[in-house]
Write a protein that binds this ligand. Structure first.
Ligand code: NAD
Length: 510
């Protein structure tokens, strides 16, 4: 285990915020208390937005959209290119701030900002490719085509564990599509949001002529998110968080026919088949299950292992679980940082208790005390060998718990794999082509992400990201996810002198 340094984190955070250009009033004197999970100490008191200021921000964003939609898309892409440059310049400070605010290890904090830079590159290119189809018309001298138009000011609600990348996946695309963006970040991570917003404003000033309020930030709790969801000026909300949140938000959006991109909880599994390359599998499982202290939506939570290799693999994993370095996420050797808070620790302990009463054998899972930071919650990741897929295994506990199950026939492994309410990410480790292709086929994994010989976490921005069932069905980031941020118009143009009707209908008024 690494040791915690005694430098106060509040000082370090305030220095980072100043370096990033955030004004002191934005993080002092308010009543939203921000703690770092590294020590549990208070690092900021952030003022919350009032309901009337929220309403103003939404109205302003709508006005900004009315202007922004008329700016040519490649020009809008230029703003995002500049945003990417600003993020690149801010990478060391913002990445470190992500680490301090969320507790993820420094390489992951920096990786999160890198992901923001990457999506800006993607979106800048996309701004010249918002292409619609031209389709054959059934009528002579007619042309039929699709055009894509901006839809309005969109809402983004984000979770604590990816405090800034999720905003960028949505905002970079939405802004090149001609929308405005109103962001309600997690109440646990307002500082990285403030820093990101400041970076955006810097990019906007360099671009020049960006309508005021084009990207708004609502710092507050659930009520600010509720107001955003209820606003008739917001035609789309992209909401990332727990399935419980999605259950509240989705019907409210549906009631006013607004669009929803829902990115909710996962319960991701990997099947390890007899031919798997075990060396590679152990590394992939270790990162997917223990990385980010088990606090990724794509974290590996269930490992379904063939009977013939079960003992060998579990023995190797136990060694890794016992030796993985848990501690200060700022230290280079650390692989597992703290849980976000006490609530998360208690949820983990309750899940382990339930697994124990279902006959599970548990390795790890205990709290690792740091005398100098009694309010922090560091845990040794838990490896839980469990005889059957009980209710607790089917539930997403947002902590580093990996349930291990056995199988004999691949059909049984697949059935176990799909028999959970969530459907985000999945993997198979095999050198058998039939197994790999079956896993990716229509009858295979029912998840939005299905991988072969890599873990469940660590998706690239180029692909569409999201999951099925209780994960919500949304898709963000790459591929053609941009289409959700635009409205499609089908246009038919008659360049002839006759007026033939579709389907051969005749309506002769002469
Ligand atoms: P959370 O549901 O507690 O909060 C997420 C966000 O939703 C916060 O900003 C919160 O203020 C807001 N919110 C909550 N209730 C709301 C309501 N009724 N109306 C409007 N806004 C509301 O989630 P969390 O603890 O921050 O994050 C962890 C969860 O997020 C896990 O379940 C994880 O799997 C999920 N997650 C999913 C993805 C994905 O892409 N599928 C990515 C990251 C996290």
């Amino acid at each position: 285990m690494t040791t915690l340094t005694t430098v106060t984190l509040q000082d370090e955070v305030h220095t980072l915020l100043a370096q990033l250009g955030v004004s002191r009033e934005a993080y002092t004197g308010g009543d939203l208390i921000v703690r770092t999970p590294i020590t549990g100490e208070v690092i900021a008191h952030v003022p919350r937005i009032t309901p009337s200021a929220t309403a103003d921000a939404v109205a302003k964003a709508h006005q900004a959209y009315l202007e922004w939609r008329n700016v040519p898309a490649p020009k809008r892409g230029e703003l995002i290119r500049i945003l990417g440059d600003e993020l690149r310049a801010a990478l060391p400070e913002l990445g470190r701030l992500v680490t301090i605010e969320t507790g993820k290890i420094l390489s992951e904090g920096l990786g999160e900002v890198q992901e923001m830079i990457d999506i800006c590159g993607f979106a800048a290119g996309l701004s010249r490719q918002l292409a619609g189809l031209t389709l054959p018309s059934e009528r002579p001298s007619h042309r039929m085509m699709e055009t894509w138009h901006p839809i309005g000011a969109i809402g983004v609600i984000s979770a604590f564990n990816f405090p800034v990348a999720v905003w960028s996946w949505n905002a970079a695309l939405a802004l090149v599509c001609g929308d405005a963006v109103v962001w309600k970040p997690s109440e646990k991570t307002p500082l990285t949001a403030l820093a990101t917003h400041t970076i955006f404003l810097r990019a906007a000033a360099k671009f020049g002529g960006v309508p005021d309020g084009l990207a708004a930030l609502l710092i507050g709790d659930v009520s600010a998110g509720e107001q955003l969801v209820a606003s008739p000026l917001i035609p789309l909300v992209s909401a990332t968080g727990s399935t419980a949140m999605g259950r509240t938000v989705a019907p409210r959006l549906a009631a006013r026919f607004a669009r929803a991109i829902l990115e909710l909880g996962g319960n991701n599994a990997a099947i390890v088949a007899p031919t798997a390359d075990l060396h590679l599998t152990v590394r992939a499982v270790a990162f997917s299950a223990m990385g980010t202290a088990g606090q990724r939506c794509t974290t590996l939570r269930r490992l379904i292992v063939h009977e013939s290799i079960y003992d060998t693999l579990v023995q190797q994993l136990k060694k890794v679980y016992a030796s993985v370095v848990v501690g200060d996420p700022r230290e280079p050797g650390t692989l597992v940082g703290p849980l976000i808070d006490e609530r998360s620790f208690k949820a983990m302990q309750q899940a382990l208790e339930q697994a124990r009463s279902a006959g599970a054998k548990i390795t790890g899972g205990d709290r690792i005390p740091f005398p100098e930071s009694p309010q922090a919650f560091f845990v040794r990741p838990a490896l839980v060998e469990i005889p059957t897929q009980t209710d607790i295994v089917k539930h997403e506990t947002f902590a580093p718990i990996l349930y291990v199950l056995r199988y004999l026939e691949i059909e049984d492994a697949l059935a176990l794999h799909n028999d959970v309410p969530q459907g985000l990410s999945s993997s198979i480790f095999t050198m058998n082509l039939r197994e790999a292709e079956s896993f990716l086929s229509a009858a295979g994994s029912d998840c939005g992400i299905a991988n072969v010989n890599i873990g469940t976490s660590g998706a690239e921005i180029g692909g569409a990201f999201g999951g099925e069932k209780e994960t919500g069905g949304g898709r963000e980031s790459g591929s053609d996810s941009w289409k959700q941020y635009m409205r499609r118009a089908t246009n038919t143009i008659n360049y002839g002198t006759e007026l033939p009707l579709a389907q051969g209908v005749s309506f002769d008024i002469d």
